[in-house]
Design a protein around this ligand. Sequence first.
Ligand code: ADP
Ligand code: MG
Length: 686
Amino acid sequence: MTNKIATDYLNLPPLRSIKGVGAEIEKKLANLGVTTIEELLMYFPKKYDDFSDIRPIGEISPGLVSVKGTIEIKGSRYSRKGLHLTEAVVNDESGLLPVVWFNQPYRAASIKQNEQYYVSGNYDLQNQRLSVVNPTIEAASDVTVNESRILAIYKEQKGLTSRQIRKIISSALGLNFVIPERLPEWLVSEMSLMSLDKTIRTLHFPENNELLSRAKKRLSIEEIFHLQLATELNRQELQKEKAPSIVFDEAIAKEFVKNLPYKLTEDQRKTAWQILTDIQKTEPMNRLVEGDVGSGKTVVAALASIMVLNSGYQVLFMAPTEILARQHAETFFELLEQTPWRSTIGLLVGGMKQSEKKAMHGRIANGECRFIVGTHALLQDPVVTQKTGIVIIDEQHRFGVDQRQALRKKAGISPHVLCLTATPIPRSLSLTLYGELDLSIIQTMPSGRLETHTEIVLFPARSSVYKLVDEQIELGRQVFAVCPLINESESLQAKAAESLYEELSTKLLRHRRIAIVHGGMKPSQKDEVMTRFAAGDIDVLVATTVIEVGVNVPNASVMVVEGAERFGLAQLHQLRGRIGRGNHQGYCFLIPSQDIGMTKRMRAISSTNNGFKLAEMDLQLRGPGAIYGTRQSGSLDLQFADVNDRALVANAKLAAREFIERRESLVHYRYIAERVRHFQHVSRLN
Ligand code: ADP
Ligand code: MG
């Protein structure tokens, strides 16, 4: 967490001065990112154990229960499957409650006979017997710091338990000081917020559930307030900037549309119109186009681009990877075939030969090449950025104030910005998260598309999938086989891909042409493989999520996802979007790992092909965190706020507006300034 309170003037003593914090503990706290008392106070619990509602064992019914009694260990042993079991019963005057801990062999030794404990957990059927599995317990004698018995549970470390952390924080809070407010006083009183001092004390030691929820609410509002303030300030800044006015030439637009091999969908036309209207203005456009994979965003971007080129300005098109940049360059060559601007298109990526790069730089410098396609690295290229009229960002969504400023400095103008994303975010959520972006949604898919069939095949039947794969290959189709996702490292990911490759090429699909592509390969190698796959020289491409975004191979109609339970819903949807792009029926097979059944996510993905519906489901399954997940950098790190809480968002927005109307200066609010800066500079989407 980057939260820091502005308490420097409190002159709090060092952590070491707190009772119970020695060199050992200090080191452990440092591992948790806590090096000062301020950071300690801002180290918030990850959850709470509520022992406030203690029931007699004789009266409990299944569900969450809290009881108080002695604990008698009945057994501590290993099961046949190698699991460790600690079995015990809790005894109060009214009855006996069986409890079981799995894989916590230290339990037996740590529990004292005849001592009273609070025990809390889910009382439920387990192997035909009612019991509590893995309950949390607290020695009753330890619960003195907190009369309410709602106990803060922190992210722990070996040798640093929640109980210890509570004690340390309690000592820190016992030092005589008041944590100063960091929001304007008028805001605190207008919104009847709990003071920061009370909020922080409550979060660590809640007196009751009502106060706890008020404390959480206070911080939620604060978080969204900062986000909204950043949004408002961004908007204001943007309005001050000058962008080139791009002439709308109707004849050119008509000619372009006429030459397309298909009719634009209603949503494509609407989106194009919105963009073309925006870029006529001298205020920079800041627009996000959301459209599912295959909805046809590229052609819309191309139409905007030719208008910009026609007005004499440069187009920067940035893709997330070099493969995609190359593919896009080719697509634009085709789309602009009949236009005078075909020759202005140029690819500039790191993987190019030095001589090619040099030639491209020359063409850019002399203005011959004005539609430049590449990766994000384009922005760092000193030759590239002159008279940039529009920046188009495909699937990467990183364009902070810094980047805009850098471009403006070079070109003297602020470019229009168009972001394209296949991550469908519900409109209400988009408005909260990316308030300063205008939104276009392409919801209808081009007609005539066949819906991909999605099927979940459990591990024991795995080989049947590869039989079907083989049949499809016989029919001339091509196949993606995606290896299980491993988060830890690129090299492990590569290993996973290699072992699947091994298995397919020596056993399951021995007689087929198989290749592999993963992130550990050089861009030129990846490129070569993708090119061969696109040319039809490879039947099965074993891949990591390298293929997740964008790559277009119309003849590939089968997608096998191994270890499917490890992928997020959005990822699965993106993967599936790689197939069914041509005229052939697409098949997507999801294979969970051994011993794993169907998950909710797999069921969700197999229930629909509609990305917006899936986004809603994802929101329900995992909360909004899923959408701007931690997988990519630049997450908004909201710790308390639920961005789906409309009342919360509306209130925070009002507060942000009022803050601006009152002409409050950020200079007086160091903490607010820091947070606003954070939101302005991290990517707003990711
Ligand atoms: P995405 O939105 O995922 O970037 P693309 O722009 O790559 O989608 O378009 C996917 C495919 O659909 C391309 O092959 C493109 O030529 C085709 N396409 C785009 N618009 C239409 C349309 N209106 N009718 C039919 N096909 C279309
Ligand atoms: Mg695309």
